[in-house]
Design a protein around this ligand. Structure first.
Ligand code: CDP
Length: 217
């Protein structure tokens, strides 16, 4: 089974790349950020997000998590992402979610010719022996614009758009900082990863670039 690890910053295009590759090659795909987002979302729903015992509640939720039911649309908010990034610093929580990610790979070994995981520590921790590793990044301004577009807001006054962009830039910068500075599995390219900046290329161009690497053309 071919393993592909995709890591990168928020809204860099890593999720779309993972989806496009999975479709092109018929591989299994797991967006590992959804696991962290789901735990964060449950904490908010159960009103435990301000608890002083977040480690206890988040690990309890993580143990019972059925990740086959996860859908990004329900977990998209920056509030959820911010809490996800906060609890993602807990080594105990990462241990539980790491096992779930590895189970996903094992389960799909016989069903699919390949497997793609995208997240923050896939190339460094979850799939250290992956056949291909990619690290995707882009400038913060471009990433914030992409995130705003994803929100699918049909009409915004120019000033409101500027305000939303500024707050997205602030939130994403904070999250990148927390993700890159945590002690356990920080966001960083694996030494053997292809690092790609998507600031000036779109999803199709990125897919083409990556498929050329995979197919050796
Ligand atoms: O879509 P976006 O890149 O904004 O975020 P995500 O992939 O859904 O991940 C949300 C948060 O989960 C990240 O900011 C990380 O703190 C955490 N995460 C992680 O620590 N390790 C992973 N493998 C995936 C996500």
């Amino acid at each position: 089974m071919i393993e592909i690890a995709i890591d990168g910053t928020a809204a860099s295009g890593k999720g779309t790349l993972a989806k496009n590759l999975a479709k092109k090659y018929g591989f299994a795909h797991l967006d590992t950020g959804l696991l962290y987002r789901k735990v964060a979302d449950e904490l908010i729903i159960k009103k435990k997000d301000t608890s002083s015992n977040l480690v206890y509640y988040s690990t309890k939720i993580a143990r019972d998590l059925n990740f086959l039911e996860l859908k990004k649309e329900d977990l998209r908010s920056e509030k959820t992402a911010k809490l996800a990034s906060f609890i993602a610093t807990y080594p105990k929580l990462r241990e539980i979610l790491n096992l779930k990610q590895k189970e996903f790979v094992i389960k799909n070994k016989t069903k699919f010719p390949g497997c793609i995981l995208d997240g923050r520590d896939i190339g460094t921790k979850i799939l250290p022996n992956a056949d291909f590793k990619f690290f995707i990044d882009a400038s913060i301004d471009i990433r914030a614009k992409r995130r705003l577009l994803e929100k699918n807001i049909s009409f915004l006054q120019e000033n409101d758009e500027k305000c939303m962009l500024q707050s997205l830039i602030r939130e994403m910068k904070e999250r990148d900082k927390l993700d890159s500075s945590r002690i356990t599995s920080p966001l960083a390219p694996a030494v053997d990863a292809y690092v790609i900046d998507t600031s000036f290329i779109d999803a199709d161009e990125l897919l083409l670039k990556v498929t050329k690497i995979i197919e050796g053309i």
